[in-house]
Design a protein. Structure first.
Length: 175
């Protein structure tokens, strides 16, 4: 019996593993799980013009995420183009809800991605954040009374505040 998967199965696995990268990115960002977020990128990721590596990425992402409060990223359309068995590009659409101080912003985002497979695992090589729009909404959820779910269907919830990674991120202070 042949242990090598058929090319079609290999291609389908690549698509799914790359889709999981985008989903894991959203969840790790919202939870402020910087270690999980950085682990999604190649170890020699380029950060800015002249800096490389996950340590540089960790510092950059932590700085960016300290500039906002709660974020809710909802990944949608994901187009993936396989270049070869170890390289791909893609476009990911995302709807974001972002706390900007006392304001609550809705964003429509497209990420333009480059992916690479190393040691049998897919990673981001580059992730470019492009914005369709960002707009303040009428009701700021940060001003709502606690929902105390399931007692109430509306109100302020407990996440991300109850997530241990969220608490650790903010307890650590600036990097």
């Amino acid at each position: 019996m042949n242990a090598t998967p058929a090319p079609e199965v290999t291609r389908l696995l690549a698509y799914e593993e790359i889709r999981q990268l985008a989903s894991r990115y959203a969840v790790a960002t919202d939870r402020r799980d910087i270690d999980a977020l950085v682990a999604l990128f190649v170890d020699d990721v380029r950060v800015g013009r002249d800096t490389y590596g996950r340590d540089a990425l960790r510092a950059n992402l932590a700085s960016q995420l300290r500039g906002i409060g709660v974020s809710i990223l909802n990944v949608g359309t994901h187009q993936i183009d396989l270049v070869d068995e170890d390289h791909a590009t893609g476009h990911v659409y995302c709807k974001g809800e972002i706390q900007d101080g006392e304001r609550w912003i809705h964003q429509a985002i497209r990420y333009d991605d480059t992916y690479a497979r190393r040691d049998g695992r897919w990673y981001f090589v580059r992730r470019k954040h492009l914005l369709f729009y960002g707009a303040e909404v009428g009701v700021n959820p940060l001003t709502l009374a606690p929902a105390n779910w399931p007692e109430h269907h509306d109100g302020l919830g407990t996440i991300p505040y109850a997530d241990p990674t969220w608490q650790a991120f903010w307890a650590a202070g600036t990097d």
